[in-house]
Design a protein around this ligand. Structure first.
Ligand SMILES: [Zn+2]
Length: 634
């Protein structure tokens, strides 16, 4: 275990020393050809004569995998004293380039092009630029000397923007001309942690205006009208900032930037940074109801990461550089607790109603409860194998399992919250654990590593209990269904109804899927292709599998309405629904027994017990807003 906590004072001292030294690396990036899906970058690195190895970042913080887009690097030239000195790739490391620095040279100049894909799959290495905007992830255009520690090497970065484009970033600006911006020198770790969002249509709104504590929302879109954020959504994000302050009782950043990209032509995901987040959603997410509903949980999740994931980080997710593999087995804390707190803050800030948040929980609880794959793969292995599972799609998800540590983490941390409240008769909660585990600090970026025993110790300090056994049992078990104790102990139960929740309708509309997993066992895409089958469901045992295409239902050409009508007809009388399936070049009609009609997940109040989940989701900040104003209860 390597201790890498650095005090802000130490950061400042290192910064002053390094910035003054002549070994600062100069990186210049030209974004003017971003609309052409190619970036040009030049790095000037201090050097001494002799062999030298240049590295391209491989393991990316927050992506939890070796996702540096080395295959999309082209146009590599290395010069010294103005002459091309060539390079050779290390045959055993695709991310390493060996050069020989000639006599008399004091630096080398390495230039490269980044080829930006148009494929919207994946994370930051996916599509990141359109004709109107670009997200610059510095790790994609930077080289660094082998064995240099990310915190110990200083970079001064500059950026040339297309005419008329503006930008947002958490980096401090040293000087800004009409098109060229020079940023204050920072460590390589901070540079990689500070992406830039740039675009022709860029709008900035301030969520917290207090000097030294600003929280800013930078939005770039493919069209100006996409940026018309409604007042109630803006107010929700302002309340998110207040609710996070109330939850954690401390911040670990000076200024924070949400970098929100609105485009259908970029990859869609969120990536956390210490003082910003790279949040990419569909183009109409601010202005179209279904798209908006699907993005509401994203910014709360990424904001929580500034505390959980950046300030506090598992020791083995904290390598010295970008070349060392990680151990991601504690992602059920890093991502799982973040997912839970993001879900809590989404309701506390009024971004979603409590009813919507309960529907959200019902959808993920039902999905996890039907994960047949939990019989062979414990939750902990979904975290350990995250670098594999992030790369998989929905096919066979119920049997293979996916990155379940997010949503199953929500269930586990909800149960921990409910348990603390029960043990302490409502006087303490997971909020107290959050203040202890994620609060404190000096108010500026720093990293405090932790291990499993630290999590257990802080839980015990809030409410004495056998937390080690509680957590171990839930992350290692391979039997039963999803851990639903938090829902049950919170006064609710997972059940099924024949009506889709509005949230599921939005989900199906935006993702273009048909989800009838809890009746006939199938998840389909818009073309009727089977995406997933619930293990041991009647469809599974009848031989239906991902990749087969549903052509007809009970003799009529497939549409989602024809399928749902056929399932609905089994409500009173069980029946075999006949599925005509195309399997490669062959067709086969498969009868699948269905009983009980349509089934969609929802949470129902239990007949007895307090509504603990309702109490958890009530706002903490001084002014309550998402409860009935006539009610005295909070
Ligand atoms: Zn996350």
């Amino acid at each position: 275990m390597r201790k890498r906590g650095v005090s802000p004072l130490l950061v400042l001292l290192c910064f002053a020393t390094a910035a003054a030294a002549s070994d600062t690396v100069k990186l210049s990036v030209d974004l003017r050809s971003a609309p052409q899906h190619i970036l040009h970058a030049t790095t000037r690195i201090p050097a001494v004569p002799g062999p030298m190895t240049l590295m391209y970042p491989k393991w990316l913080p927050g992506e939890h995998g070796p996702t540096g887009p080395i295959k999309d690097v082209a146009g590599i030239f290395v010069k010294a004293n103005g002459k091309d000195i060539g390079w050779t790739r290390d045959p055993k490391d695709m991310f390493a380039f060996v050069v020989t620095v000639p006599a008399g040279a004091t630096e080398i100049e390495a230039s490269l092009d980044l080829l930006i894909p148009t494929n919207t799959e994946g994370f930051s290495s996916g599509a990141s630029a359109t004709a109107k905007l670009a997200v610059l992830s510095w790790n994609q255009v930077v080289l660094y000397p082998a064995r240099a520690k990310g915190d110990a090497i200083t970079y001064e970065a500059s950026l040339t923007l297309p005419p008329g484009w503006n930008f947002g970033t958490s980096l401090a600006v040293k000087s800004a001309g009409p098109t060229v911006v020079v940023f204050e020198p920072v460590s390589l770790t901070t540079l990689v942690d500070s992406p830039v969002l740039a675009g022709e249509f860029l709008r900035t709104v301030v969520l917290d205006e207090r000097p030294g504590r600003r929280v800013v929302l930078d939005m770039a879109a493919d069209a100006k009208d996409d940026l018309a954020i409604p007042d109630e959504l803006l107010d929700g994000y302002k309340r998110l900032v207040k609710e996070a302050d109330a939850l954690f009782g401390a911040r670990h950043f000076g200024t924070y930037h949400f970098l929100l990209t609105l485009s259908d032509k970029v990859s869609h995901f969120g990536l956390e940074h210490h003082q910003s987040s790279d949040d990419r959603v569909r183009e109409r997410s601010l202005v179209e109801a279904d798209q908006k509903q699907m993005m509401l949980g994203l910014l709360p999740h990424e904001y929580v990461h500034s505390w959980n994931g950046k300030f506090r980080r598992p020791a083995d997710l904290m390598p010295d550089d970008f070349a060392a593999p990680i151990d991601s087995s504690l992602l059920w804390v890093y991502e799982g607790l973040t997912q839970y707190l993001g879900w809590v803050l989404t309701a506390r800030s009024g971004l979603r109603t409590i009813a919507e948040n309960l529907d959200d929980l019902a959808i993920s609880a039902a999905e996890l409860d039907a994960r047949g794959g939990r019989t062979w793969r414990p939750l902990e292995d979904t975290a350990t194998a995250a670098q594999l599972l992030y790369e998989t799609d929905d096919a066979w998800g119920a049997w293979r399992r996916r990155v379940d540590f997010y949503d199953e983490g929500t269930l586990i941390w909800l149960e921990a919250d409910v348990t603390i409240r029960r043990l302490t008769k409502g006087t303490r909660s997971l909020d107290d654990f959050c203040k202890r585990f994620l609060g404190g600090g000096k108010g500026l970026p720093e990293v405090k590593i932790y291990g499993f025993s630290d999590v257990v110790a802080d839980l015990n300090a809030v409410a004495p209990y056998d937390w080690g056994a509680f957590l171990t049992e839930r992350i290692k078990r391979r039997d039963g269904g999803a851990p639903l104790g938090g829902i049950e102990g919170g006064g609710w139960r997972l059940t099924y109804d024949d009506t889709c929740s509005p949230l599921q309708k939005s989900s199906e509309s935006v993702k273009e899927i048909v989800d009838v997993r809890y009746s006939i066992g199938l998840l389909l895409d818009k073309a009727g292709t089977v995406v997933d089958v619930i293990p041991d469901s009647n469809a599974w045992t009848s031989g239906v599998a991902p990749g087969m295409k549903l052509i007809a239902v009970n003799g009529r050409r497939y549409s989602k309405h024809v399928l749902r009508d056929a399932i609905h007809a089994t409500k009173e009388t069980p029946a075999a629904v006949k599925l005509l399936l195309e399997n490669d070049d062959f067709f086969r009609e498969v009868p699948v027994e269905v009983r009980g009609g349509e089934r969609y997940p929802l949470l129902a109040r239990k007949a007895e017990g307090d509504d603990v989940i309702g109490a958890i989701l009530a706002p903490l900040a001084e002014t309550p807003y998402n409860i009935d104003p006539k009610s005295k209860k909070r």
